[in-house]
Design a binder for this molecule. Structure first.
Ligand code: HEM
Length: 211
């Protein structure tokens, strides 16, 4: 039973990862056809926000894989970490692309002006740039070729997540509930890692004393 579920885990996560996109396309279809939709008065803004939200959610899901795998003893979870990370990157790229297309209408000069006027855009852009090397080296071949450097490079995910949360806090004007919840989740996931790291260190220390 466990084995059968494990073999369906990847396709299941893949389909779940595409659900937000499918929902968004459905909503766009309704807007284009002049039918009532959940896109509000400013569909362009809603689309950009929707993609940004999912980019951050997938980032947190990616970071949750290791703690959940260890706490639940569910080894197979590790197999979907890469896919979740790639979804985080894809939605972030969609967020940036829809921002360029629907808000800036491909006026690339405007991007520079926007970055100067709104520093949170620079923070978001830096986060996106940080995701690029992670996505490009997320395959097994790069893992094998880069060896120790791969682990080191992929530590970049933590500052990138901090930048994403900073981006969100900075652009939020009134209701801080969502950024607050995401930050608590992030801090819990980081707290778990620090706890594990300290546990490992003290075990190593004890082993050294004993030998
Ligand atoms: C990995 C990178 C990024 C993540 C995770 C991210 C995430 C988010 C999130 C969660 C929001 C708030 C959505 C809401 O209000 O519900 C947002 C808004 C926004 N982001 Fe990003 N972002 C990223 C990169 C960028 C980049 C590269 C740009 C532009 C160059 C950008 C431009 C914006 C803008 C303009 C808004 C405000 C939209 C509005 O309310 O009018 N973001 N982003």
């Amino acid at each position: 039973m466990t084995t059968r579920f494990s073999s369906t885990l990847k396709p299941l996560v893949f389909c779940l990862g595409l659900l937000p996109l499918a929902y968004l396309l459905g909503q766009v279809y309704l807007v284009v056809n002049g039918q009532p939709s959940g896109m509000g008065a400013d569909p362009a803004k809603t689309i950009v926000q929707f993609n940004g939200d999912w980019a951050l959610r997938f980032m947190l899901l990616t970071l949750a894989v290791t703690p959940l795998r260890q706490l639940l003893g569910w080894v197979e979870l590790a197999r979907v970490r890469r896919m979740l990370g790639l979804f985080a990157f894809t939605y972030a790229l969609a967020h940036f692309t829809t921002y360029l297309a629907l808000i800036l209408e491909f006026e690339f000069n405007e991007l520079g002006t926007e970055i100067l006027k709104r520093p949170y855009i620079l923070v978001g852009f830096t986060a996106l740039c940080g995701l690029v090397p992670l996505a490009l080296t997320s395959n097994r071949l790069m893992m094998r070729l880069m060896k120790r450097r791969w682990r080191l490079l992929h530590q970049l995910v933590y500052p990138v997540a901090v930048l994403q949360l900073t981006h969100l806090f900075w652009l939020t004007r009134s209701d801080y509930a969502e950024p607050f919840i995401y930050s608590v989740v992030f801090l819990l996931l980081m707290g778990y890692r620090v706890f594990k790291w300290r546990q490992r260190r003290s075990k190593m220390g004890r082993a050294e004393v004993a030998s």
